[in-house]
Ligand binder design. Sequence first.
Ligand code: WTA
Length: 649
Amino acid sequence: MSDQQHVYPVREDFAAKAWVDKATYQAMYQRSLDDPEGFWAEQAKRLDWFKAPTRIKHTVFDTHDVDIRWFEDGTLNASVNCLDRHLETRGDQTAIIWEGDDPKDSRTLTYRQLFDRTCQLANALKSLGVAKGDTVTLYMPMIPEAAMAMLACARIGAIHSVVFGGFSPDALAQRVKDAGSKVVITADESVRGGKQVPLKDNVDAALTREGTDVAEKVLVVQRTGGEIEWKDGRDVWYHDLVDPQSTDCPAEPMGAEDPLFILYTSGSTGAPKGLKHTTGGYLLHAAMTHQYVFDYQDGEIYWCTADVGWVTGHSYIVYGPLANGAISLMFEGVPSYPTNGRMGEVVDKHRVNILYTAPTAVRALMAHGDHVMDSSKRDSLRLLGSVGEPINPEAWEWFYRVIGNKQCPIVDTWWQTETGGIMIAPLPGAMDLKPGSATLPFFGVQPALVDNEGNLLEGAAEGNLVILDSWPGQARSIWKNHERFLQTYFSAYKGMYFTGDGCRRDEDGYYWITGRVDDVLNVSGHRMGTAEIESSLVAHEAVAEAAVVGFPHDIKGQGIYIYVTLDDEHEPSDELKKELTQWVRKDIGPIASPDVIQWAPALPKTRSGKIMRRILRKIAANECDGLGDTSTLADPSVVEELIAHRVIK
Ligand code: WTA
C-alpha cells in the first residue's frame, strides 16, 4: 500500500530529548484508559487552582442524557494560569512576538507587560458593566489586544465569543445576537496583505440588524487610524478607556465547569452553533497537548499561523502556549505578502523553532515550486505541524523536504472546534510518521470506527470516526441549545460522540482522516455548512433553488461548487453569476466565495423530493462514470443535462 512505502521512523536524537518517547507514550496512554481518574487528577496539577479538584470525571454519553463534567469542584482562573503564575519566574521573558502585516512592523510583549495590559483591560470591561457570566464578542485583527481581550474576559469571568474578522456584518450580527453580547471589542480596521478591512464599519452595520441591541458598548482599538463613523454614547476608544486603568485586577475564582468561551462553527444544517467550552478541562487539554504534541521546550519560539477567530488560534496561539509560559508568535498578515517567501522570512527573522500551519498554505507555496522558499534558510526550525484538513502525502513530503529542510518531524494534528484541543496526532519523540496519517490518539482519547449502522469495526478498517468516552477539552454543549448538542453529536451512534469525519485505520492502528461525511465543507481549512450557503443564495430574488457541494481543489482542499436554478423571471448570464458571487461574499464573508456556479434547469431529486447530493458531488468532481444507483431519481434526464453542462475546474 502506498501509505506503507514511506515511513519516517522517530529520530533517536529527537526522542532522546523529547518529553515523551515510545515506551512513555504506551505507558501513559494505557494508564489514561485504565485509570482515568488517577491519570487526570495527576495531570490537573499542571494548572494552578484556587481550590484543587477532588471530583475528577463525571461524564455521561447517552443519546438522551449527555452530561460532561471534569474537575467540577475545583476553582481556578484561566488568566492566572496564563499570566500571574509566570510573573515570578519569567516576568521579563517574551510572551508574545507580534509580526505585523508590514514586515517592518513587529513588537514583543513580556509576560509582565501582557499581565499589566490584560488587567487594565479587565478593569475597563468592568467599568463598562461587564460582570461574571456576561458575554463579550471580539471581532478583531490579529493584534496582541485580541489575546488581551480573551484573557481579560477570562479574568473577570466574562465569556468571550471571538468572531473571525473575515465574516460579514450579517454573520457577525447573528453571532452577537445569539451570544447576547453586551460589549463588542473591535478595531478601526485590520490590515491583511496590504489591504484594510473595515472592521468598525462592519460592526456598525451589524448592530443595525434586528435583535443586536443587547450590545450596549463598542470598544475600539485604533489600529490604522483610518476614518470611521462614531456613535456617541455607544463607542469608546480603547486607549481612552484602558490606558488610565489600574494594573491591579483580582482574578475571579471560576468553577472548573464555568464557561470560558463560546465559539461558533458550521454544521451540516441550520445556523452556526456556538460551542460552549468550560474553564478547567479545556485549559488543561490545551496546555498538555501544546507541550506534548509540539514537544515544546522552555524558551523555544513557537508560531501557529492560525487566526484567533478559529479554535486553533484559541488553543494554540493563546491558551495552550501561554499556560505553558511559552513564546507565542502572532502574525497579522498573510503568507503571500509582500512576497510568497514571507512565511520563511518570518521564521528566519524571529528564529522560529516550531511552525504550525495548514495544508492549504503548504499547497499554495508548493504550487510556486521549490524556489519560493529561497529567500529564507529556516535553519532554526525543529518541528512542523499541520491542522485543519487532511494533508495529502505530496504536500506532506514537500513541507518536510522544502520548508523543514528534512530536519523536522511533522505532527499532523486532527481535532475540531468541538474537541477543544488535539485528539489524534503524533507525539514526535514517540511515533514513526506516515505522510498523510494523523497517527495515534492523545492520552485519554478513545477513537473508534463504526459502520453506518453503528457497529464497531475492528482492526484495519474504514468507517465513521467516533470517540467512545469523554476527554477534558470536550465542548460541553451548544450555547442555549443543549438539545441540538445531543442531536448533532450523540444521536447518530448510541453512546458515542460522532465527529462527522470519515476515517481509515491501517494495520498498525494508525488513523487516516478521509474528510467530512456530512454536509460540511472544508475550504482552505475553513469550515462551512452547505446549508448556510444555500440559504444565502435562495434569499436572492433570482434564485428559485440552489444546491452547494464541495469538489476536490488542488490548493484549497475543497472548492465550492454551486448549482443554481433560476426563477421564471430571470435568465442565466455572466453578470448574474458575478452578482450571486458578490451576494454570498457579502452575506457570509469572502471565505464563502463560490468557485463554480452552474446553471441548473432543475436539480436531481428523489421521488420524495430530496436533492441527491451524492450525484451533484460526483458531477462537480467530474466523476460522471460512477454515479451509482440513480434508480430512485424522479427524472433521470436532469442528470444528463447537468453532466453535459458541468464546469470542469
Ligand atoms: C478537519 C479545526 C484531517 C476535519 C482544528 C474536522 C482535519 C474539521 C485535520 C474540524 C487533520 C482538522 N486531518 N482533517 N489533521 N484537522 N480536520 O472545527 O474534517 O475548524 O472535522 O477545527 O477539520 O474543523 P474545525
